[in-house]
Ligand binder design. Structure first.
Ligand code: PLP
Length: 390
């Protein structure tokens, strides 16, 4: 079989590979602590599961409109106006199976071969993979590690030219847990307006902020019409396997995205959308409890990391990731992650899985129980401690 040239430009995320390797070792009887995969370890709250059961029994088992059920789009628009201050109506919302299709469709709909996409890096690997897949050129903008992985506006400006078309933002950030300050967003918005850039703003972790605020760039003057907000239910409501996400965007783009949905998925599963309605209208205490638990675990992880010689880590402000610096071990990230898995039985991700700027870092997900986090960190301590001494 001969494959299209573009398939060579698509990559798959390291997190799934490392998970599979960890599971294979477990199947052989090894004890493995999983700090790799980025999904909440909580069950979907019971009231949401019940709503899906009821929707199935009530016959919500048929095709629905490609862009999502009208009442659900309306509810999302009203909820995001209230929660995030977005100026949006139902016509601006497209419901998709998870957040990833919004990224995929936005790039398919907006990028021509040769267009440049600016990606602050390290970054969620799907951005560069899909941008390359559609023929665009990826331009990495190194995040400023010395300033808590803030986006350096001068570095961004220096990389903008007449081919620049799109900028991808992600705050709270995977893999670092950093949150972009309002002043940075204002600077980015000014550049986007000046150079006519579309901003794809991945706000999937906006429900998980531990201090301060994580505003949406779409709320800044002149930005709603040039921003695609990527969001969904996977993280906030512990619904990764349900596949429920959505985008908020200008109406003409929403119509194109609906056409892409029509030609690919037809629609998002209707009973899943009904569960999504329940998620938004039901009691939010389960979400608050999860966020409180993540906040407490963040301290467990930071305490454990800071105790390891040669390791430092910024305090993440959101999401459920820590991104420790491990240069002190003298090993490349990939080799270190391999040794942690093989010798210590701890799954982590090499920072380079998020771009070359991730060299010298590991990504840890703290979506695991405090007991497992402590055990994982003490195993890391033993291995890394011996490397730093050697
Ligand atoms: N965006 C970021 C930054 C993520 O970390 C993830 C999942 O890990 C996604 C998007 C994908 O979300 P979904 O599972 O809803 O497609």
């Amino acid at each position: 079989m001969r494959f299209a040239e573009r398939m060579g430009r698509l990559t798959t995320a390291a997190s799934f590979d490392m998970l599979a390797r960890g599971r294979a070792l477990e199947a052989k009887g090894r004890s493995i602590i999983h700090l790799g995969i980025g999904e909440p370890d909580f069950d979907t709250p019971a009231y949401i599961r019940r709503a899906a059961d009821e929707a199935l029994s009530a016959g919500h088992t048929h095709y629905g409109p490609a862009a999502g059920l009208p009442e659900f789009r309306q509810l999302i628009a009203a909820t995001w106006r209230a929660r995030r201050g977005l100026a949006c109506e139902a016509a601006n919302v497209v419901v998709t199976p998870g957040a990833k299709p919004v990224l995929f469709f936005a790039m398919l709909a907006l990028l021509e071969p040769g267009d440049e996409v600016l990606i602050p890096s390290p970054a969620f690997p799907t951005y560069a993979s899909v941008a390359s897949f559609v023929g665009a050129r990826v331009v990495n903008v190194p995040l400023d590690a010395a300033r808590g992985f803030d986006l350096d506006l001068a570095a961004l400006r220096a990389r903008i030219n007449s081919r620049s078309r799109m900028l991808v933002l992600n705050s709270p950030h995977n893999p670092t847990g950093a949150v972009l300050p309002r002043a940075t967003l204002e600077g980015v918005a000014a550049l986007a307006r000046e150079h006519d850039l579309v901003v794809v703003s991945d706000e999937i972790y906006a429900g998980m902020v531990y201090e301060g605020e994580s505003p949406s760039i779409a709320t800044l003057p002149g930005m709603a019409e040039r921003t695609v907000v990527v969001d969904g239910f996977s993280k906030t409501y512990a619904m990764t396997g349900w596949r429920l996400g959505f985008g908020v965007m200008a109406e003409p783009l929403a119509r194109h995205m609906a056409a892409l949905m029509n030609n690919s998925n037809s629609c998002t599963a209707t009973f899943v959308q009904k569960a999504g309605e329940a998620a938004l209208t039901g009691p939010q205490d389960a979400v608050a409890a999860m966020v409180a638990e993540f906040r407490a675990r963040r301290e467990v992880v930071l305490d454990g990391l800071h105790a390891i010689p040669g390791v430092t880590c910024d305090r993440p402000s959101g999401a459920f990731y820590a991104f420790p610096r491990v240069q002190g071990t003298g090993l490349a990230s990939v080799e270190l992650a391999d040794r942690l898995l093989e010798e210590a039985g701890v799954v982590t991700l090499p920072g380079t899985g998020f771009g070359p700027e991730g060299e010298g870092y590991l990504r840890l997900s703290y979506a695991n129980s405090p007991e497992n986090l402590r055990e994982g960190l003490s195993r890391m301590h033993r291995l890394l401690g011996s490397l730093v001494r050697a």
